[in-house]
Design a protein around this ligand. Sequence first.
Ligand SMILES: Nc1ncnc2c1ncn2[C@@H]1O[C@H](COP(=O)(O)OP(=O)(O)OP(=O)(O)O)[C@@H](O)[C@H]1O
Ligand SMILES: [Mg+2]
Length: 252
Amino acid sequence: MISIENATKRYGETIVVNGVSLTLPAGGITTIIGPNGAGKSTLLSLISRLLPLDSGMIAIDGLDIVSAPSDALARRLSILRQDNTMTARLTVRDLVEFGRYPHSKGRLTAADGRKIEEALAYLDLQTLADRFLDELSGGQRQRAFVAMVLCQDTDYVLFDEPLNNLDMKHAVTMMKLLQKAATELGKTIVIVLHDINFASCYSDHIVAMSNGTVAFQGTPDDIVRPDVLQAVYDTTFDVHELHGNRIVTYFV
Ligand SMILES: Nc1ncnc2c1ncn2[C@@H]1O[C@H](COP(=O)(O)OP(=O)(O)OP(=O)(O)O)[C@@H](O)[C@H]1O
Ligand SMILES: [Mg+2]
């Protein structure tokens, strides 16, 4: 469980995460939705200590992220950032090997090797493993970063917009993979998505952020409703039932 109490982050005078208190349950998929600038990425960065909290407290299964040693945190939680950039010229396999670093400290064992091959296969990257990252398409590069994060093999995995650049087939494959990681491997998956229909079909729990606060949270049935979505996004939505899921259409 990730416990967030009164988490606050400011840039100058502007509060971008405003006293957020939230419990993200262990297991399953929790999706954070909300408009551009709502504070979703900032919240993920606070949870993973990529950004320091200005005030408040965050704990992962009781481990206070402010005082936790870096390697203890890295073995508990991994994150895919929204804006992945790599300055070094790396191949896909080099990048995925990086995911094992908190475990191997640079000395890869046979078990690390198996995790790396597994992650490459999961993300359909075997034929691209020896290509440099700057020789890949946007979606291929996105899959390479996801493979690196999965290879870290942590109980908690945070993905900021994992469907970026993915075509429909790879987007569905990605969501099924995350669902499998939650159900079969018992991982806790927290993702930021803009596609409400993917959020609706694959989430156990949805958190809707707006203006640096949690505006609503609940099951897809609680959140994927015209009134709730209109309040969050300030635009009109139609919600339809299809094969037991709620599907949204929106027109401006
Ligand atoms: N380094 C920074 N300096 C100043 N303001 C920042 C900085 N980083 C983010 N912000 C501001 O903080 C607010 C929240 O940004 P954040 O990236 O968390 O939004 P988001 O919900 O992830 O949006 P998006 O859907 O566009 O990714 C925005 O208004 C943004 O302009
Ligand atoms: Mg963001």
